[in-house]
Design a protein around this ligand. Structure first.
Ligand code: MG
Length: 381
């Protein structure tokens, strides 16, 4: 039985994690849940799973929840609540699925308390991958990937050192604007928010869906892979695979490739992270090859999707640049969703903020957070 703390229980990854816990009642126990703002769903999850402690961002909502739940559950709020949940003595693993950068401090707190962490919030590794991985090594804890691509690579690597790897190959669906004949570059300015929110193969949160349309999601994942697997950017490749069946691959030095495949379902990488190193029996995911038919692969179109190159540059240079890319992108996506800028301006904003940034090499956490704050102001401008 694993005692799991779930930070971000009401979002897309959070609700899938709850499903996994329901699939494996004898193996996974949700001992603490934290939500951003969805008090109704948090209440429902708490009544069903009976965690001893929960947290919600807003103090007023916390008070209201405490009144509804009575004394059997302790209700906390804000960042303080997240930190307390992340360091619970009885926790075996902390799954962090909070949108944006709010997961960084709880992730570090969990590591320092000797907890394994499962990371769904890729921003944590993009911003502060070196610090997080160094802390994890120091405290002898695991950083497990929840992202489907990184879970795939982790499964294919199976403990092999990076010296045996020629390259990691992240697969990308290519997003809703992959087809160049339907969406030539000239038409990108006409892309509406509604159109960008329709992803061909995954149902996900709003931010990540826009990131999948610009390919910034893949860019962030390249940097995430660089830190998670301790490999330089030059050996992190991307191949477009619209069917999203091959979740990623590892090419070894002898030319052999291992890939991890299944029909797309986030419950699978979540379950693997929570049950690792075991594999738990579950009927949820079924893959029927004859039904799938053809799997195709193509080169990413970096001319229409410059996010890939911007991320490669950020990952190669490192320092505070990945945090700047991430923060500028968050602000730009928000502006696009609020119809203040058009689709190509998301990438253009990130490029300009990156160009204007004075990079700090080997930054401290404070310098990373300062670069993040600077980039948000610069991007908004
Ligand atoms: Mg992914």
């Amino acid at each position: 039985m694993k005692n799991v703390v779930l930070l971000g229980s009401t979002g897309s990854i959070g609700t899938s994690t709850v499903k996994v816990a329901e699939d494996l009642p004898g193996q996974i126990r949700l001992i603490a849940l934290a939500a951003g703002g969805n008090a109704e769903l948090l209440l429902e999850q708490t009544r069903k799973h009976q965690p001893g402690i929960i947290s919600i961002n807003d103090p007023a909502k916390a008070k209201d929840l405490q009144a509804k739940l009575g004394n059997s559950v302790k209700v906390l709020c804000g960042n303080e609540g997240l930190l307390q949940l992340a360091t619970l003595p009885e926790a075996d693993i902390v799954l962090i699925a909070i949108v944006g950068t709010a997961g960084l401090q709880p992730a570090l707190a969990a590591i320092r308390a000797g907890k394994d962490i499962a990371v769904a919030s890729k921003e944590i590794l993009v911003m502060a991958g070196e610090i997080v991985m160094n802390e994890a090594r120091k405290h002898g804890v695991r950083v497990l990937a929840v992202d489907s691509e990184h879970s795939a690579i982790f499964q294919c690597l199976d403990g092999k050192p990076t010296s045996s790897v020629r390259q990691l190959l992240l697969t990308a669906s290519g997003g809703p604007f992959r087809d160049k004949s339907l969406w030539p570059k000239e038409k990108f300015a006409e892309i509406t928010v509604e159109r960008a929110l329709k992803h061909p193969s995954w149902v996900m949160g709003r931010k990540i869906t826009i990131d999948s349309a610009t390919l910034f999601n893949k860019g962030l994942e390249m940097i995430e892979a660089r830190w998670l697997f301790d490999i330089e950017m030059a050996r992190v490749g991307v191949v477009v695979h619209p069917q999203s069946i091959v979740h990623s691959m590892v090419e070894f030095v002898d030319g052999s490739l291992l890939a991890q495949l299944s029909t797309p379902d986030m419950c699978l990488p979540i379950q693997y992270a929570l049950t690792y190193p075991e594999r738990a029996a579950s009927d949820r995911v079924q893959t029927n090859f004859p039904k799938l038919g053809t799997l195709t692969f193509e080169e990413p179109d970096v001319d229409r999707f410059p996010a890939i190159q911007l991320a490669r540059r950020a990952g190669e240079i490192g320092g505070t640049l990945p945090a700047v890319l991430n923060a500028a992108n968050e602000v730009a996506v928000e502006a696009f969703v609020n119809r203040k800028i058009n689709f190509p301006q998301i990438t253009e904003t990130v490029r300009r903020v990156m160009d204007a940034h004075v990079i700090v090499a080997q930054p401290t956490l404070e310098q990373i957070l300062a670069a993040d704050a600077w980039a948000r102001v610069a991007a908004a401008k």
